[in-house]
Structure formats: structure tokens, C-alpha cells
Write a protein that binds this ligand. Structure first.
Ligand code: BGC
Length: 383
């Protein structure tokens, strides 16, 4: 009896040992392998490609990400009273994302932000891109990384449920040189963070600038209010002033004494009237103070009404703070909400806009043999 029991015990021990080993070394081949991760069908693109929607749940937050545009569809986070709500703008179904919208939640590339006049010269060759934001190119062109279906694979990560999305951009796509292979890994950690890790390689030198274009409103989905009451802190004593087409002049100017000084927490609406022009508001690249390339504090947003806090850390040299100036009520989003001016804000970690034309900006050209990497973390808490 004893011997039999011992034999069973050994068999169990061996089985558990083997399972434990598999959990450590095996790639997550099936969704069941990754706890906190699930997947559902999200519909089909107009040309019949299937789109999946992944749900990543850990700590107090739940994040949904679609393979169309590697798009962050929702982030649910509690307020100071524990009431959970979605703090991002977007749509309830794929239909909305397939239509016209200003990059809600999307992964933007191959070059996020603007390239002046859609033209550049690299390695002695001239390149022309689509002018999709006259007179410039914006966010990778007409069919940027936000408009393609990414291949998704769940990843076993000690940090939490994780999904890696991959996209291979062919040589010449949208006018850019080189076949570029990009992966974006989304992980939700037990510390209530959405961690986004980017990697890219190319077979020809190409400009590159990857970012995420989530619009946040810490008031949550039920709030119909703007983000003007949110308080913003930016770890940026400098910014890159722009011309009236939002192309940097080339200067890296101090923020001190200007309405773009957010080095101390200031409500977004406090000085926004001074940001004149059409359509007015903030739409600037801030040069982050940390120059190490290591993960460093970039921005904090606090909503006094709900007590929600969003903190962004990044390895990138810049962040585009965009106060949703072009939202004009055209987009009807989640639960029928009409997205009006300043109803959402973006904190787009990035290299500086139009870097290809400014030798004094951090390098934003990827060459064969090099690997582009970026890590940006959005952490949610309350106070
Ligand atoms: C740009 C804005 C633009 C918005 C939506 C932001 O990254 O800076 O100018 O309107 O994206 O396209």
C-alpha cells in the first residue's frame, strides 16, 4: 500500500515537475497557457481579413487590443471610489475603427507625426510620400500601421498577460524604403500598467518613429466632459516650436515663461486660451529631460474629479502632448458618445517630428543590421 502510494506520489511529482518546466520554457502556444488573457473575434475588414480582440487583465486594470492597427480599444481602470470605467476614446465595434477617425488607440508608423511636404532624401535617393495632411505627411501615410491587420501571438511573460503583434511592411509601402519587420508587445502588469514594447528591423535605411495614439479621458466613459480640468505634469524643460503647418522650426526651446510649461502640475485648461491659431490648443512635441534612453518618467495626468492618475514612462526622447483639438463631434464613439473638442488627450511617446530634416534632433533613421527598440509604460492609480 505504502509502496503503491509512494509510486503514485513519485508519478505526480514527476508530472508536476514536467508541467512546471513546460510553463517556464514553453512558448505560449495556446491561450490557455497565459492566465489573464483571452481572445474573441472582432469581425472582418472590408477585404475579408479576420480581426481578433485580445483582453488582458491583471491587477486592477483590463485592456482590450485589436489586431486591426494593433489598436488599444479600451482600458478599464477604477476611480478613487473603486468604480471601474473605460478611460479611452474609441468604438464599440470594428466597424468604427474601419471608418474615418483620428487614430483612436492605434499603433502609428512607420513614421508617427509629420514629415514636411512628404519628401525626404536618404542615402542620396529622393523619396515622396502621400500628402495626407496637407501640405505634409502624417502618421505613416494613407495606409499606415494603424490600417493593417497585425499577426498576434500570446506570450508567456513573468510580468503578466502579454500579446505580441507583428507586421511586415513591404519595401516601398507608402513610399518608404526597405522591408521593415515590426513587433509591438502589449503586457498588463500586476502594478496596473500597460507596457508597450516595440522592436523593428529593416533591410534598407528608413526613417522610423513608432508610437501609440490612445486618447485618454480619466473621467471615464460615462463622463461627457472635456479633459481641460485634468492636471498635467511633463518632465520636459524644452519643446520643439512649430510653424503653422505643425512642422518644427528646428529650435529646441525652453518652456519656461510660456503656456507650454508643464514642469509643475497645471490644469490643461488653465492657459489653453493662449494657444491661439486654428484649431487652438496643445499639439506639441516636448523634449523629455532624460537623455539616457533608459525608461524614465515622462508625463503624469491627474483628474481631480475621479482621482484617477495616469503616469507615462518611456525610453523615447520626446512626447507629443495633443489636447484633442481636432475632435469636432464628427466621431460618435463608445456608448453613443459624441467626441467633441478636448474630450480626449494623447501622450504619444516618440522621436521628434520631422526628424529626417533636422540634424540637431535625435536620430530617427533605422539601418540594416540595427534593431529599433522602444518601451513605453502607462500606469494607472488613484489618489
Ligand atoms: C497630431 C495632431 C493630429 C492628431 C490626429 C496627433 O498626433 O499631432 O495634429 O490631429 O494626431 O491625427
Amino acid at each position: 500500500m505504502n509502496a503503491f502510494a509512494t509510486g503514485v506520489g513519485r508519478a505526480h511529482a514527476a508530472l508536476f515537475g514536467w508541467l512546471a518546466l513546460m510553463a517556464i520554457v514553453a512558448p505560449a502556444s495556446a491561450l490557455g497557457d497565459v492566465s489573464g488573457l483571452s481572445k474573441m473575434d472582432f469581425g472582418k475588414t472590408k477585404d475579408g481579413q479576420a480581426v481578433e480582440l485580445y483582453t488582458l487583465k491583471n491587477g486592477k486594470i483590463t485592456v482590450k487590443i485589436a489586431t486591426y492597427g494593433a489598436t488599444v480599444v479600451s482600458i478599464e481602470a477604477p476611480d478613487k471610489n473603486g468604480h471601474v470605467d473605460d478611460v479611452t476614446l474609441g468604438f464599440d465595434s470594428l466597424e468604427g475603427y474601419l471608418g474615418e477617425h483620428p487614430y483612436f488607440g492605434a499603433t502609428v508608423g512607420r513614421v508617427a507625426n509629420r514629415i514636411a511636404k512628404g519628401k525626404f532624401t536618404l542615402d542620396g535617393k529622393d523619396y515622396s510620400l502621400a500628402i495626407n495632411n496637407p501640405p505634409n505627411t502624417l502618421h505613416g501615410g494613407v495606409k499606415g500601421f494603424n490600417r493593417v491587420v497585425w499577426k498576434a501571438e500570446p506570450v508567456q511573460s513573468p510580468a503578466g498577460p502579454s500579446v505580441r503583434m507583428t507586421y511586415v511592411s513591404p519595401d516601398g509601402q507608402e513610399g518608404y524604403p526597405g522591408k521593415m519587420t515590426t513587433s509591438v508587445t502589449f503586457t498588463v502588469t500586476a502594478n496596473d500598467e500597460l507596457r508597450i514594447e516595440y522592436k523593428a528591423t529593416t533591410d534598407k535605411a528608413t526613417p522610423i518613429n513608432l508610437s501609440n495614439h490612445t486618447y485618454f479621458n480619466l473621467g471615464g466613459g460615462s463622463s461627457d466632459s472635456s479633459i481641460l480640468d485634468h492636471e498635467l505634469t511633463l518632465a520636459a524643460s524644452h519643446y520643439t516650436p512649430v510653424d503653422d503647418t505643425l512642422i518644427p522650426t528646428g529650435a529646441i526651446a525652453p518652456v519656461v515663461g510660456t503656456p507650454v510649461d508643464f514642469t509643475k502640475a497645471t490644469s490643461i485648461g488653465a492657459r489653453i486660451a493662449a494657444m491661439t491659431g486654428d484649431p487652438g490648443g496643445y499639439d506639441h512635441n516636448f523634449a523629455l529631460d532624460s537623455k539616457t534612453g533608459a525608461l524614465a518618467f515622462g508625463a503624469r495626468v491627474y483628474d481631480p474629479k475621479t482621482g484617477r492618475v495616469l503616469e507615462m514612462t518611456t525610453t523615447e526622447p520626446g512626447v507629443q502632448f495633443y489636447s484633442g483639438n481636432f475632435l469636432d463631434g464628427t466621431n460618435v464613439g463608445k456608448k453613443g458618445r459624441v467626441y467633441k473638442k478636448h474630450h480626449g488627450l494623447c501622450l504619444e511617446a516618440q522621436h521628434f517630428p520631422d526628424s529626417i530634416h533636422h540634424a540637431n534632433f535625435p536620430n530617427a533613421v533605422l539601418k540594416p543590421g540595427e534593431t529599433y527598440t522602444q518601451t513605453t509604460v502607462y500606469k494607472f492609480s488613484t489618489r
